[in-house]
Design a protein around this ligand. Structure first.
Ligand SMILES: Nc1ncnc2c1ncn2[C@@H]1O[C@H](COP(=O)(O)OP(=O)(O)OP(=O)(O)O)[C@@H](O)[C@H]1O
Ligand SMILES: [Mg+2]
Length: 350
């Protein structure tokens, strides 16, 4: 059992923590994380991001690619304050977990001190860091590929009767983290499952999956978000570090296609399904008097006018040095507010 680090004070008013999790690899966690990060930035929120999948570092590479595009295109794109939490080099489980907990909670506290939202991308496997992150979530979003093989991460389903046999290890893990969260600060974790890579093929299979997922919502206590369809646009922009929300600004994808518009609508529907009042209020606020689209049109997105006080969205965030000798780019003792905001941002290891 873990306890909160003294550096994390849950009683202080703070930003919202979104953890994107699913123990199955390749379900769309990083894609969803990046689209959420960019859409929240485009709504004018200060966003922190955390990569706790230090082995793959896909989210970090996505952000690095974004910075390369900024440099090569000589353009500015909204960036989150990003931190990578490395696995501990300690050999004993107790020491390694204590070390990871310490670095995670410190980095989280620093991001929360500066940001309205912190988006945490987790690995497609069961790790201590992933469990820990889930226990700090306000919202867990679980993208699930639209097949019975992938649904298995939520529960075992009898192939003949289509009845739910038992919850999966991931569902049980999340249940355990809900307990941890409640014990720590009395808070609740809202669990949202989104289907990913939806296709129009195999309508019968799709109907069966819909029915099983609906049964599971009651049994496991999650809400179902509309999800993303299978679209080239969701995967082709990784190397450029862009999302479907950036294509208008950079004009990378030429003119907007129907698929872009539909994908943008899917991202917007996901935001809405999170049922987070500040997001709904911000969308309503920035829409007033605007003719274009709030998520994609640089002329009306609030980030188009960078203000000194708002720069933490681009700021570097320091984190403590790990025993492996990895150090943050800024000293741990310097308060986050004094750290320099750079147009290119920085990725910091903890
Ligand atoms: N809606 C979608 N349409 C098309 N391709 C998608 C979609 N969602 C994800 N992909 C692609 O599927 C692959 C896996 O996605 P992603 O890396 O986001 O998954 P992940 O859950 O983060 O994987 P891992 O568990 O390995 O971290 C990537 O190639 C990504 O571009
Ligand atoms: Mg990933």
């Amino acid at each position: 059992m873990h306890t909160a680090s003294p550096s994390f004070d849950p009683t202080v008013a703070r930003g919202h923590i979104l953890v994107i999790g699913n123990e199955k690899g390749g379900s769309g966690k990083t894609t969803t994380s990046m689209h959420l990060i960019v859409s929240l930035l485009r709504l004018g929120f200060k966003v922190g991001s955390m990569d706790i999948d230090a082995r793959q570092r896909s989210l970090s590479r996505y952000i690095e690619n974004r910075k390369s595009t900024m440099a090569s295109e000589n353009t500015t794109l909204p960036l989150p304050a990003h931190v990578v939490i490395n696995r501990s080099p300690f050999l004993t489980t107790a020491e390694a977990e204590a070390d990871e907990r310490e670095r995670f909670t410190r980095a989280l506290a620093r991001l929360l001190a500066n940001c309205d939202f912190v988006v945490i991308d987790s690995p497609g496997s069961d790790t201590y860091l992933s469990r820990l992150a889930h226990s700090y979530a306000d919202t867990v979003i679980t993208p699930v590929n639209d097949s019975f093989v992938d649904l298995d991460v939520l529960a075992s389903v009898d192939g003949i009767s289509m009845q739910i046999v038992k919850p999966s290890i991931y569902s049980e893990m999340l249940w355990e983290q809900k307990m941890q969260r409640a014990k720590r600060d009395g808070g609740k974790i809202d669990w949202v499952v989104m289907r990913n890579r939806l296709s129009n093929l195999d309508a019968r299979n799709k109907r069966q999956i819909t029915k099983v997922i609906e049964d599971l919502t009651r049994r496991l206590g999650f809400r179902l978000a509309p999800g993303f369809s299978e679209r080239v646009i969701f995967r082709e922009l990784f190397l450029l570090g862009l999302t479907v929300l950036d294509v208008v600004e950079t004009n990378k994808a030429g003119t907007l296609s129907m698929s872009h518009l539909a994908a943008r609508q899917e991202v917007r529907d996901l935001l809405k399904s999170l049922q987070i009042p500040v997001i709904d209020a911000r969308i309503a606020q920035v829409r007033v008097g605007a003719k274009g689209d709030v998520l994609t049109d640089p002329r009306i997105a609030p980030i188009a006018k960078p203000a000194a006080a708002e720069t933490s969205a681009n700021a570097s965030v320091s984190a403590v040095a790990s025993p492996s000798g990895e150090t943050a780019s800024t000293s741990d003792s310097s308060p986050p507010s004094t750290e320099t905001a750079s147009a290119s941002g920085s990725i910091v290891a903890a």
